[in-house]
Ligand binder design. Structure first.
Ligand code: ADP
Ligand code: MG
Length: 266
């Protein structure tokens, strides 16, 4: 249908991992739609299936049951329309920054002079001008994550899947990178799914936050972020008067999802 703006969809998605210890239901009956250009976050306790969801969206494996759609088409494997960025930057130490950022292009057989010039432009836009000939060990953690972002963006995916990309960084760097990532993805009109442990990060960066519960992983709540917070940069959003209420709302949902009340760790 013309004007249909659904970019990612999961319908009735359940996933069972099977290994030598048996079978375990990681996610159950997920229903999720992400609009083109939308930025959503997935939050939830460890083990609730966040990475499993991203992997299925990325086409790394099919769900045991249900269907995953990308721009209305069934996902049958990895696609150049989808970029995946992880907590660990996985830069190759023996490759220059430019060659690290160009890996996706190389794999896609699109690494030529024009594409490499594009990589240099991207590195510059991400605050790493002139760094192409340097090596990963010369860079700080925050700079390395920017290279990882450049690598993810270099192949021009329409969708970015971000699995806790900021969680290994110092607070100061993390806040700067949140701003940079949001600004860049917005400017380029990308659709994004961010997994994070950090509720403030989810509230500050997203249009919508999905709260997941564990055992099995399922959606327990969904919160639309108020417009004034959405429009502010993540750094500014945290200072807005309405921010605390959004944070508290997410906290309450997450707490309820975890079983709430007593934290009896066994
Ligand atoms: P999260 O990213 O939210 O921490 P995961 O998606 O990594 O959660 O895991 C969801 C559940 O599936 C957990 O119970 C985890 O132990 C299990 N799981 C994840 N990967 C595998 C695997 N390869 N084999 C078996 N179980 C797995
Ligand atoms: Mg995970």
């Amino acid at each position: 249908m013309a004007g249909d703006n659904r970019m990612l969809e999961m319908h009735g998605v359940s996933h069972v991992y099977v290994n030598d210890k048996g079978a375990s239901l990681a996610t159950e009956e997920l229903e999720l739609t992400v609009r083109r250009g939308e930025f959503i976050s997935l939050v939830g306790p460890s083990g609730c299936g966040k990475t499993t969801i991203l992997s299925m969206l990325a086409g790394l494996f099919p769900p045991t049951r249900g269907i995953v759609l990308l721009a209305g088409e069934p996902v049958t494997g990895p696609s150049t329309k989808v970029g995946y960025m992880l907590q660990q930057d996985y830069l190759f130490p023996w490759r220059t920054i430019r060659d690290n950022a160009a890996i996706g292009l190389e794999i896609a057989g699109r690494k030529n002079r024009t594409a490499l010039a594009g990589v240099d432009t991207l590195l510059g836009e991400l605050g790493l001008p002139g760094s192409g000939d340097r090596y990963p060990h010369e860079l700080s953690g925050g700079m390395r994550q920017r290279v990882a972002l450049a690598r993810t963006l270099a192949t021009e995916p329409e969708v970015l899947l971000l699995d806790e990309p900021f969680s290994a960084l110092d607070l100061h760097i993390k806040l700067q990178l949140e701003d940079l990532v949001q600004q860049t993805l917005r400017r380029l009109g990308k659709t994004a799914v961010l997994v994070t442990h950090d509720l403030a990060e989810a509230a500050a960066m997203s249009d919508r936050v999905i709260v997941l519960g564990a055992n099995p992983g399922r959606i327990v709540a969904e919160m639309l972020i108020p417009e004034e917070i959405r429009e502010a940069s993540p750094m500014e959003a945290r200072r807005l008067p309405g921010f605390q209420a959004v944070f508290d709302g997410l906290w309450a949902e997450l707490d309820a999802a975890k079983g709430g009340g007593d934290e009896d760790e066994r």
